[in-house]
Design a protein around this ligand. Structure first.
Ligand code: ATP
Ligand code: MG
Length: 389
């Protein structure tokens, strides 16, 4: 039996049950590979997972990828117990979880939710402490910084013992905050951006701009693989693959080369927003970080942003590259992200892109596309291939 502790969703007042139910649903889905004797239940403001002993490790590993879980505590779980039975169970908990031949410091931490139980929690702490000290000569008490914190929960219908807490990812249950459209490239940043937003409870759709034959099938496969990695945390993702070649070539042909990236990004945003609205997304997400490259200066982002009516979330805007890489490694995306397949931005990039584009000038350059752009946009939208991840 595992006790699931959650942090932030505990403060959601009247809506709390919505968050809890979402978390239970996500936990069930994370554990669906386990045998049928796996049960997830919600009881008196907490969540328990029951699983077969031999599947405990697998369950814990799956639970450490579920947003909304702060701690996972493996429990010794009993029905109603008398004080003598609690003492026995405390001894057996210590024996089965720690090598009692070696010295350890400990502290007992009782929570008595059963007000009919004849002892206070302080009395339980003291008396169980004494029982353990008598039984195990290598134990000593440290109330400030114990190695072993033995938690005993005396509840109306059951008693729980635990002394290990495995840290979860925290955050909020995916699906509790609506859905957003992630602009997913094959790079390092956008998968991390998707992960960060999912951590706030947002479920994801994604869009990838593909430019065959300039970008290869392997570049596309890399994006599919990255989407799979994100979906371990964020749940199912509908990946929209858009053929962007024609638009990109046309921009390259008739717009000033130092403005290519900005104009291209404005069209990416327009197309992403089209599909975002179609699928009920409440915002767009990108991997941009202030000042990282020419197209990510504040002036550039102002100009890019101008075509969007939905909010654009840039969770990495204030992150340094090293911080982004650290998260990328943590979520196991890095090795895939650094595979060397070209993406459409690297191929069509100018030698000296503008770093401080002016909106009027960019709009004027875009007008050069007026006679063809509507049809090209139409064809790009129609080119969409949807991959369910
Ligand atoms: P990343 O590491 O995410 O590729 P980057 O540092 O390479 O980012 P840019 O190429 O300027 O930066 O792209 C900025 C953002 O625009 C990306 O984080 C991503 O959200 C989006 N983007 C760029 N190229 C594509 C693409 N081909 N398809 C979908 N989104 C893209
Ligand atoms: Mg990139």
């Amino acid at each position: 039996m595992l006790l699931i502790k959650y942090s932030e969703i505990g403060v959601k007042g009247k809506n709390r049950y919505i968050f809890e139910d979402m978390l239970v649903k996500n936990i069930r889905s994370a554990l669906k590979e386990l045998s049928e004797e796996t049960f997830v239940r919600k009881a008196q403001g907490r969540i328990y997972v029951e699983c077969k002993e031999e599947e405990t490790e697998e369950a814990i590993s799956a639970l450490t990828k579920v947003f909304g879980i702060a701690w996972i505590c493996p429990l010794d779980h009993y029905g109603k117990l008398s004080f003598e039975e609690i003492a026995k169970a405390a001894v057996s908990h210590m024996e089965s979880h720690f090598s009692m031949d070696e010295p350890h410091t400990f502290k007992v931490n009782c929570r008595r939710a059963d007000k009919a139980f004849p002892m206070t929690s302080v009395e339980v702490n003291e008396q169980i402490g004494e029982v353990l000290l008598d039984r195990f000569p290598n134990l000593s008490v440290d109330v400030h910084d114990p190695e072993i914190m033995l938690h005993i929960e005396v509840r109306p219908y059951d008693v729980n013992f635990y002394s290990k807490q495995i840290e979860g990812l925290s955050g909020m249950p995916v699906g509790s905050s609506g859905k957003a459209m992630l602009l997913l490239s094959g790079g390092i940043d956008s998968p991390v951006a998707g992960y960060m937003v999912a951590k706030r409870g947002v479920s994801l759709d994604a869009v990838y701009f593909h430019a065959p034959p300039y970008t290869s099938e392997r570049a596309k496969q890399k994006v599919v693989d990255l989407a799979k990695i994100i979906s371990r945390y964020a749940g199912p993702i509908r990946l929209h693959v858009i053929n962007f070649t024609e638009i990109q070539m046309k921009i390259y042909e008739i717009c000033p080369h130092d403005e290519l990236t900005i104009i291209m990004r404005r069209f990416m945003m327009r197309i992403a927003e089209h599909f975002a609205k179609e699928t009920g997304c409440l915002g767009l997400v990108t991997g941009e970080s202030i000042g990282q490259v020419a197209s990510q200066t504040m002036q550039s982002m102002l100009v890019t942003n101008e075509v969007c009516t939905l909010p654009v979330y840039r969770p990495l805007c204030a992150f340094d590259k090293l911080d982004i890489v650290a998260i990328s490694e943590k979520i196991d995306a890095y090795e895939t992200s650094i595979l060397p397949y070209e993406d459409c931005c690297t191929i069509f990039v100018a030698k000296h892109p503008v770093t401080k584009p002016r909106l009027e000038k960019i709009i004027a350059s875009e007008h050069r596309l007026d006679s063809v752009i509507d049809e090209m946009m139409q064809r790009a939208l129609e080119s969409v291939e949807i991959i369910e991840i």
